[in-house]
Ligand binder design. Structure first.
Ligand code: THG
Length: 264
């Protein structure tokens, strides 16, 4: 399971302040901490309040790369910011994200093909996020077909069924799991899957418990990756344990350490 560390995000006050002051210390600290905790990619998001997202993205990417060689997941709805980030990434990156809408898919999949980037495709369009798995799968199918048409390999595409907080979208949970299962039947090879894990517990109590139970349930339904709190030890230990129980890693006494040092 590929862990995309969520913490370099201007949604968090320390990162928003770091961007504003152009003081990289918090960015360096979270890059190091997440890598140490076992993250495989780092999500980079300038935050909802950024007044200069293009410059901010470039600055975040450059400063993150000063302390880590992990690949980056550029998280923005502003495609000029994604493009600026791709231009300074030292390694092939992941683009986060594109909905099943034209002309957004055209812009994003062209950029991805040019920069050899992976892409997260969202199961939503102009009409929003559907509830039932059938509609989510129909959108996933559009994403798979369009990625292919623009020369993005299917296994470089990550379908995100979109997770809503369990206090507002409780009825979406089973639909998300069903979507994760059916995505694997769309094509051969199939696309990969991802979720924004912490979404499930936004605004509710017992966040860490809800996150880790959701994570292992989603893994049992075929989840390949998650944007998540890599520094939550119990989450990372639960993920490592689920991989053993699902027979994805060979058991050894140090299986938690082995997972943290792995590439997935
Ligand atoms: N899918 C994709 N990308 C995503 C998401 C997704 N990127 C953003 C988000 N969702 C995933 N990242 C986070 C990061 C933080 C939180 C949730 C998801 C979070 N933040 C605290 C909160 O809102 O309560 C902030 C607390 C604070 O301000 O200190 O929970 O779904 N493709």
């Amino acid at each position: 399971m590929i862990i995309i560390g969520e913490r370099i995000n201007g949604m968090f006050r320390d990162i928003a302040q770091a961007i504003k002051d152009r003081d990289p210390s918090a960015v360096h600290e979270w890059a190091r901490k997440q890598e140490e905790a076992g993250a495989h990619y780092l999500d980079i998001n300038v935050g909802p309040g950024s007044t200069e997202p293009v410059e901010a993205m470039k600055w975040l990417v450059e400063n993150t790369q000063e302390v880590t060689d992990l690949p980056l997941c550029l998280d923005s709805t502003k495609y000029d910011a994604i493009e600026a980030g791709l231009q300074v990434c030292k390694k092939p990156a992941m683009i986060n994200s594109v909905p099943a809408e034209m002309p957004k898919m055209e812009r994003v999949f062209s950029m991805a093909a040019e920069h050899d980037a992976e892409v997260i495709g969202l199961a939503m369009n102009e009409e929003g996020i559907p509830k039932d798995s059938e509609s989510r799968i129909a959108l996933a199918m559009e994403l798979v077909a369009t990625a292919d048409a623009f020369g993005v390999p299917t296994d470089s595409l990550y379908i995100d069924p979109l997770v809503l907080p369990c206090n507002v979208g409780q009825d979406h949970g089973p639909e998300v799991f069903e979507t994760l299962r059916q995505v694997k039947m769309l094509s051969d090879p199939p696309p990969k899957t991802t979720v924004g894990l912490s979404n499930i517990s936004q605004g509710v109590k017992n966040r860490e418990l809800i996150n880790r139970v959701f994570a292992v349930m989603a893994m049992a339904n075929g989840l390949d990756s998650a944007i998540a709190d890599a520094c939550d030890d119990e989450l990372m230990e639960s993920v490592a344990t689920a991989r053993i129980i699902l027979n994805m890693d060979i058991y050894c006494d140090s299986f938690v350490d082995v997972f943290r040092k792995s590439n997935r």
